[in-house]
Design a protein around this ligand. Structure first.
Ligand code: ATP
Ligand code: MG
Length: 148
């Protein structure tokens, strides 16, 4: 099983989309291993998006991610990183495919509702910013033998 870090960004929380988005992940067969509503400090946002430090949109991106609470989660499942990225859709909501989270709920390239890790290395970097190891729980849903 693979883990991935998801953030419902402040626009997703303020637009009350948290339940609908997590419903999609649960219906798909991903397991919620960790979950919290939290404010993100500027140092946390800068660390999370450190690969974009030199991009022209970096400051605006940090302003956006710190503009209200996020819902942070660790989701687990077979091939979870690629599966969740596919469910999120393209970065620019105006270009993302219908049926994806960004395609259905976002019109923007910046305010695009959700973040998901894009690699195992990214997950390892990101999850520590939001969770302590003991907050990531191991348990079985019991239907894994049907889903997989
Ligand atoms: P995320 O990392 O949030 O999952 P992503 O991997 O699809 O998104 P990245 O290229 O990593 O896209 O960009 C990180 C975030 O920066 C985007 O989700 C978006 O909020 C913002 N962003 C990306 N490109 C632009 C841009 N050209 N102008 C403004 N904001 C941008
Ligand atoms: Mg990214």
């Amino acid at each position: 099983m693979e883990r991935t870090l998801v953030l419902i960004k402040p626009d997703g929380v303020k637009r009350r989309l948290v339940g609908r988005i997590f419903q999609r992940f649960e219906e798909k067969g991903l397991r919620i291993a960790a979950l919290k509503l939290m404010n993100v400090s500027r140092p946390m946002a800068e660390e999370h998006y450190s690969v974009h430090r030199d991009k022209p949109f970096f400051r605006s991106l940090v302003d956006y991610i710190t503009s209200g609470p996020v819902v942070a989660a660790v989701l687990e499942g077979s091939n979870a990183i690629a599966v969740v990225r596919k469910m999120c859709g393209a970065t620019d909501g105006s270009k993302a495919e219908p049926g994806t989270i960004r395609g259905d709920f976002s019109m923007g390239i910046e305010k695009n509702i959700i973040h998901a890790s894009d690699s195992h290395e990214a997950y390892e970097h990101e999850y520590r910013i939001f969770f302590r190891d003991e907050e990531i729980l191991n348990y079985e849903c019991g239907d894994e033998h049907i889903i997989y």
